[in-house]
Design a protein around this ligand. Structure first.
Ligand code: G
Ligand code: G
Ligand code: MN
Ligand code: NA
Length: 254
């Protein structure tokens, strides 16, 4: 079967799963959130990572039902954790470009959060710079309605797109996620330290918080703390993990 047909069946056959990667506050190391990351558990093939099926899902439109499933599953999971006393906790969810342009996104999310009685402020939607730059008027309208709903908005992979920094002023943005390419060589590259420092200063001057992703070693962690980065995520701190594992971690922490 062609992979596009397989993707369709994968959802129906319950082969999609979400893994969760913790996010930590750097000032005291507290776990304050998780990012949902989708995987396809394909029989006979093992775990397939999103890089190998999200682009196709985006092309074929399958990303819309898949994205809906991801939103619902992540929000339900958060609701269960909070009901179990595991929290306070923020759930970060990646939106695809097509999902972001889908009319009615904010209403769909509002309905979902209403059904689950979830505080919208505990949900953070991650979008990329390029999603903001195309069809700017529509992007402003979508961001505005999401912001009115009360969900938080984060710019993922920050620094890798066309950063017309003017958009930071135009859009209601709560957090920048510094792309891991700037974190990788932090110890060796003075330029990367300068870029990271500038992003943090700029963001803070606009009352926007900053999270660094891809933290893999102690130097990076210390350097980011010194540079007053608010939060961090990366293999050094914790890997993305399946539900059972993250629950163990949450039970230790809360
Ligand atoms: O662990 P990682 O391989 O999960 O993720 C690779 C890429 O796939 C990242 O750029 C990430 O943003 C994207 N991705 C992961 N999970 C999701 C998801 O649930 N929805 C969308 N649209 N993208 C995702
Ligand atoms: O949505 P986004 O593009 O931010 O996806 C995050 C990606 O980064 C996922 O593929 C996730 O598995 C991966 N990731 C998380 N922590 C680390 C890390 O410390 N190092 C690297 N190289 N990748 C990471
Ligand atoms: Mn992300
Ligand atoms: Na990212």
């Amino acid at each position: 079967m062609k992979i596009s047909g397989e993707l369709h069946q994968a959802l129906e056959k319950n082969q999609m799963e979400l893994h969760y990667q913790p996010q930590f506050r750097l000032s005291d190391g507290k776990l304050i959130g998780v990012e949902a990351l989708v995987r396809w558990n394909k029989p006979g093939a093992g775990l397939i990572y999103p890089g190998d099926f999200i682009p196709l899902a985006e092309q074929t439109g399958m990303i819309l039902p898949l994205g809906q499933w991801i939103l619902t599953t992540a929000c339900r999971q958060l609701q269960r954790w909070l009901a179990d006393g595991l929290g306070p906790l923020r759930m970060a969810i990646n939106l695809s470009a097509r999902q972001f342009r889908q009319p009615g996104l904010a209403q769909d999310i509002a309905r979902l959060l209403g059904e689950l009685k979830l505080d919208p402020r505990s949900i953070e939607l991650e979008i990329t710079e390029s999603m903001l730059m195309e069809e700017m008027e529509m992007a402003v309208a979508t961001m505005t309605s999401l912001n009115r709903l009360g969900v938080k908005l984060a710019i993922d992979d920050f620094g890798t797109g066309y950063s017309s920094l003017a958009y930071l002023k135009r859009f209601p943005i709560h957090r920048l996620k510094i792309d891991k390419s700037f974190i990788k060589d932090l110890a060796r590259q003075a330029e990367d330290r300068a870029i990271v420092g500038s992003i943090i200063t700029l963001a803070h001057s606009m009352k926007i918080a900053v999270i660094a992703e891809g933290i893999e070693d102690e130097y990076q962690l210390q350097q980011l703390s010194r540079q007053a980065c608010d939060e961090g995520q990366g293999y050094l701190l914790a890997r993305p993990m399946p539900v059972a594992e993250i629950e163990q971690l949450l039970r230790q922490d809360f």
